[in-house]
Design a protein around this ligand. Structure first.
Ligand code: ADP
Ligand code: GLC
Length: 492
């Protein structure tokens, strides 16, 4: 067999170690799929101080690694562990990563030194390759946090014996987070005044990490085909559409895969009972437990709509906030809401169970076990996103036979097929307009299907559970992307 290539994946999150959202799920599962295809793939993340070193068998690996930044050398430690056969390196630097959060404090205030933290992390990942003599063919970076790596490679490491042939891939998981920071950090970042120009790293006088990545990477992609199209328009591109369009065929969309080793009701060990497409008894039990856990009226015949989400404007939860009271006042339905973020939404969703006891339950915070229970125990899963690069929860929902109710945007449009009342085809309920009314009527449509068209509900659940979004398919797309990145790199 031909030797497969060396791949270094650099990410600020990786499940199960450090996670705020879907990026972690992707960084934790794509490497395993690549390894199965024969790549020597390794992953680098920061060693956040909250990481459970014992549980994950994280061991010190390099004691003193010097990392050159623009105006000084920093000294850090590297740790190592195995993630299902994939080597995971963790960069320890207390000044930057001894904090309670990944990007912000408990009140969701971003850490002011984020540009320094992640510029340092990015350079440290590159230095690591040199210290361990690992010569990557591909360095796969993710989002703004690691988007400077393509620039570092082109500006500083083009003739480096270890890094000189590495092609860079930038995957954009969310256009709205670009890493835009005051110029005062630029000296530390260390990419030279000549690259602080409008067509490279500069943006209205500030430095824009993601823009740098888009311009310098050998290839750029995002996490669904529809989102790739949306981001090339002025409203979806958040100011960077032009730069994405300039990349022509070097900017594409590849749908995320999911890791059914963690998200499959047949084997999930975080849910109270397992079930399958053929035997769904366990799902009824999960529903009962979910009703108990959230102090809802314990009645198997009332449909539950589940929500697991970061409370940020992207997720469209304002639309739910505006319609949920009308919904529960006019339909026999229950809601379970899990999430945190925006304070106003947190307060509102915390208050709802007090006003609608037995009908609405909520948990404000982050809780992985509850996320699994909600996937398993709910009948429907609501994602009214204003935009959604891919979205993983609707894909998990399909597998759990929990029909997604989604707005047709980004990856939601690519993964959920709308119910056709004439035939019973489809895998969920899709709406188009970003309005409270659309949420109201589409939840109503799902609820009426639950009560009045049971035979169709069964069909929809079967269709949904039979869908396969494992990495097997998408990993082949990444292989092609890597190949093209290497060709682009060779062309220079
Ligand atoms: P995003 O990355 O934009 O948040 P995704 O749908 O891609 O959206 O991924 C979200 C991931 O984070 C899912 O695995 C979901 O279960 C998880 N998640 C989000 N909020 C919470 C929470 N409050 N508690 C537990 N898991 C959560
Ligand atoms: C981002 C997006 C989400 C996507 C995830 C993983 O957080 O908001 O839609 O699924 O990244 O790619």
């Amino acid at each position: 067999m031909k030797k497969k290539h060396n791949v270094l994946i650099v990410s600020s999150e990786c499940a199960p170690y450090a996670k705020t959202g879907g990026l972690a799920d992707v960084a934790g599962s794509l490497p395993k799929a690549l390894k199965k295809r024969g790549y020597d793939v390794r992953v680098v993340i920061p060693k956040y101080s909250f990481l459970d070193v014992r549980k994950y068998k994280i061991e010190p690996f390099i004691h003193n690694m010097g990392v050159w930044m623009g105006d000084r050398e920093e000294w850090c430690t590297v740790h190592k562990t195995e993630m299902d056969g994939v080597t995971l390196y963790l960069i320890e630097f207390n000044l930057y990563f001894e904090r309670s959060g990944l990007y912000h404090d408990e009140d969701f205030n971003d850490y002011l030194d984020n540009p320094r933290r992640f510029a340092f992390f990015s350079r440290a990942a590159l230095q690591l390759c040199r210290d361990i003599d690992f010569s990557p063919d591909i360095i796969h970076t993710n989002d703004w946090q690691t988007a400077l790596i393509p620039a570092y490679l082109k500006v500083w490491h083009w003739d480096d014996p270890i890094l000189g042939k590495a092609a860079s891939v930038l995957t954009i998981h969310n256009m709205a987070y670009q890493g835009i920071y005051p110029k005062s950090h630029y000296g530390y970042i260390g990419l030279g005044e000549r690259n602080f120009t409008w067509d490279k790293l500069e943006c209205f006088g500030s430095v824009n990490f993601l823009k740098g990545g888009i311009v310098f990477a050998d290839i750029v992609n995002t996490v669904s085909p529809t989102y790739a199209m949306e981001t090339k328009t002025s409203d979806g591109g958040y100011g960077l559409a032009q730069y994405l369009n300039d990349r022509g065929e070097n900017y594409t969309g590849i749908l995320n895969g999911v890791d059914y080793a963690h998200w499959d009701p047949e084997t999930d060990n975080l849910i109270p009972a397992n079930y399958s497409i053929e035997n769904k008894e366990g799902k009824a039990f999960c529903k009962k437990e979910l009703q108990k856990r959230f102090l809802l009226l314990e009645n198997p015949d009332i449909p539950i709509v589940g929500i697991v989400s970061r409370f940020v404007s992207q997720k469209g939860l304002e639309l739910l906030a505006q319609s949920i009271e009308d919904i529960v006042q006019s339909m026999r339905v229950q809601f379970v809401i899990l999430g945190s973020g925006d304070k106003r939404l947190e307060d509102f969703f915390k208050w709802l169970p007090l006003r609608y006891g037995g009908i609405i339950g909520s948990y404000i915070g982050y809780n992985n076990e509850l996320a699994h229970l909600i996937e398993a125990g709910s009948d429907f899963f609501l994602m009214p996103s204003l935009y959604e690069p891919c979205g993983l929860n609707q894909i998990y929902s399909l597998k759990y036979g929990t029909l997604p109710i989604v707005r047709a945007t980004g990856g939601l449009a690519d993964t959920v097929e709308n119910y056709r009342e004439a035939t019973g085809e489809g895998t969920g309920f899709v709406f188009y307009e970003a309005s409270a009314n659309a949420v109201y009527y589409t939840v109503g449509w799902a609820v009426s299907t639950y009560y009045d068209r049971k035979h169709h509900l069964e069909l929809l659940i079967r269709n949904a559970m039979a869908k396969d979004f494992s990495w097997d398919k998408s990993v082949l797309e990444y292989e092609k992307l890597y190949k093209k990145a290497m060709e682009n790199k060779k062309k220079g």
